[in-house]
Write a protein that binds this ligand. Structure first.
Ligand code: TYD
Ligand code: MG
Length: 436
């Protein structure tokens, strides 16, 4: 048995590989850690393949990590020989492999060969997507394959700086007779890939589809196996995508990256608040700006309410982007403590831009937007509201107030309607809507 004093274990600083997206790097905790295995989970069609293909293309394009200082970068470029490969093709020619292997270390930094394994699409389909994104360079290899052992054999030959498996649900190992996507296959293939990542030092991205039916054989099975789980979220009707770390051994789980799905792939959004508020019409009844936390990062968004007289025996309550149950409580608290008659109104609540907010801090802005819409009076100009509403109409403080305030100030909001200033819903309403 080998006993090691923890104090004697050398702290290791992992050299990280840049993805080409600052937002992606940040969510990963500062780039890709060699030998790590990362699960990218999300609904089908949300953009997982697009994001990873873009990353693959960026890494394949430049041999030198963006993490190196500029001076080192210019010096290194000339030392890397460019090898003439055909664009994007299947692996298997051993004669080129040797040169590739030599290339994998450039002055101590691994270079730029990427292997993209696709179990869902043909090489042709991936090429069509790649053409939309940008020019394909020589060092990106594509392997349409679902057998894990064959994938590892290919990776051993090629020694890529990054291996991408799209998706785990299509992979199988001969060890099991069950079909692809079954819990057994997903877990076993995940384990094989994990062992390979650790033993070879090759970082692996695995794509996992989240299925509507309770995530049976999907990402959940893999969560404990991988080093990081990043969820790509968004709704199909909006272009915004949030990349959220829900587990990360090498970084914070409070990080969120914001992207926009454009015609030529994913674009990172450096100033999400500005974009979420860009289409807001100020001085419009029913609109309230709030500062919400997406992961640990404050984002300014607009909560909107529309309240109209109902023609139905039971009035409509429709909530998009907010938690429906919370909003029911907010409406009940409004009826009771703010003495607002909502029983004959259809109420529609929405978060502009397609963002989903599940935190209680959205209670107060939602309440204010309902009041503003009901009395058809815009809220006071320049306010930003956040806070939890209790059952008795009391306002409760929420986490990270300072950060929320900071982000709002940055965008010109200086008047805060929060539990720090107001103790009850009535007080907040009378200030924000009735100008008291
Ligand atoms: P995709 O990456 O295939 O999703 P996933 O791998 O998560 O299933 O993304 C598919 C969607 O993205 C599809 O509806 C088309 C759209 N898209 C764009 O809008 N712009 C682009 O440049 C690309 C490549 C895809
Ligand atoms: Mg895909």
């Amino acid at each position: 048995m080998e006993l090691v004093r923890l104090a004697e274990v050398k702290s290791q600083k992992f050299p990280r590989i840049a993805t080409g997206f600052l937002e992606f790097d940040r969510v990963l905790g500062g780039g890709i850690v060699p030998g790590s295995i990362v699960l990218i989970a999300g609904d089908p069609g949300i953009g997982k393949s697009t994001l990873l293909l873009q990353t693959a293309m960026v890494i394949a394009r430049g041999p030198v990590s963006r993490f190196l200082p500029a001076s080192a970068r210019s010096g290194l470029k000339s030392k890397v020989k460019q090898i003439d490969h055909a664009d994007l093709r299947a692996v298997g020619n051993p004669s080129t492999t040797a040169t590739t292997r030599k290339m994998s270390i450039v002055n101590g930094q691994m270079s730029n060969v990427v292997l993209y394994v696709t179990g869902e699409e043909s090489a042709q389909q991936v090429k069509i997507r790649a053409d939309r994104i940008s020019k394909v360079t020589d060092n990106l290899y594509i392997l349409p394959q679902t057998d894990v052992d064959a994938i590892l054999a290919a990776s051993e030959k090629l020694r890529p700086v990054l291996l991408i498996c799209d998706s785990i649900q299509t992979l199988t190992t001969e060890k099991l007779s069950t079909s692809a996507g079954s819990i057994g296959q997903v877990r076993e293939c995940g384990q094989i890939l994990q062992r390979y990542a650790k033993s070879s030092g090759t970082p692996i991205f695995i794509v996992g589809h989240v299925t509507k039916e309770g995530v049976v054989a999907g990402p959940k099975v893999l969560e404990h196996l991988v080093d990081a789980v990043l969820n790509l979220e968004g709704d199909g009707t909006h272009a915004f995508r949030l990349l959220r770390a829900v587990k990360n051994r090498f970084g914070s789980t409070f990080e969120v990256g914001v992207f926009e799905m454009a015609d030529s792939g994913m674009k990172e959004v450096a100033n999400p608040s500005e974009i979420f508020l860009s289409q807001r019409i100020s001085k419009r009844a029913g609109s309230v700006v709030t500062s919400t936390l997406a992961g640990g990062r404050p984002l300014l968004v607009e909560v909107q309410a529309l309240c109209t007289a109902t023609i139905f025996p039971v009035p409509t309550r429709r909530v998009t982007g907010l938690d429906f149950n919370r909003m029911q409580v907010v409406m009940a608290a409004l009826s009771r403590s703010a003495n607002l008659k909502l029983a004959n109104l259809d109420i529609y609540l929405n978060v502009a831009g397609g963002l989903k907010i599940s935190e209680p801090a959205a209670d107060l802005p939602a309440a204010l937007s309902i009041v503003s819409a009901t009395v058809d009076k815009p809220v006071r100009e320049g306010i930003c509201a956040f806070g939890e509403v209790g059952l008795l109409g009391e306002l409760r403080q929420v986490a990270n107030s300072e950060n929320r305030v900071k982000e709002a100030k940055r965008l010109g909001f200086g008047d805060f309607v929060t539990p720090v200033k107001f103790k009850t819903l009535e007080e907040a309403i009378s200030y924000a809507v009735h100008g008291g």
